[in-house]
Design a protein around this ligand. Structure first.
Ligand SMILES: [Mg+2]
Length: 127
């Protein structure tokens, strides 16, 4: 069965290019527009008993930002799910916050498809 990834980004263009890349590589993708929307999507998936292999999230988003979202996930039953951050944020302090919150990987935009797919495999393997 194909691995299922939750992709969270407030940019429709970014969601389109990332999900295109992932679907082309054989992954199943559910999209969310920010952390708050992601929790709604997670509830729907739980209701359908549809389990995830990975979360890919942006950092800067309205409603609920990536760091807040990651912190909440790490306090939930999904705390062991690997999380890959895909962001323009390259400041050490922000990466440190992500690491402290428990992210598995940090990838910078703009990304090359092969970089993304490599990072996706890496964080799922190291789980
Ligand atoms: Mg954003």
């Amino acid at each position: 069965m194909e691995k299922h990834i939750l992709l969270i980004d407030d940019s429709p263009t970014m969601r389109l290019s990332v999900s295109f890349c992932l679907r082309n590589a054989g992954y199943k993708v559910t999209e969310a527009t920010d952390g708050k929307d992601a929790f709604q999507k997670l509830q729907l998936l739980k209701d359908k008993d549809d389990s995830l292999a990975l979360i890919i999230t942006d950092i800067n988003m309205p409603e609920m930002d990536g760091i807040t979202f990651i912190s909440k996930i790490k306090e939930s039953e999904l705390k062991f799910l690997p999380i890959l951050v895909l962001t323009t944020e390259d400041e050490e302090s922000m990466i440190g916050k992500g690491r402290a919150a428990g992210v598995s990987g940090w990838l910078l935009k703009p990304f090359q498809p092969e970089q993304l797919l490599w990072a996706v495999k890496k964080v799922m393997w190291s789980k």
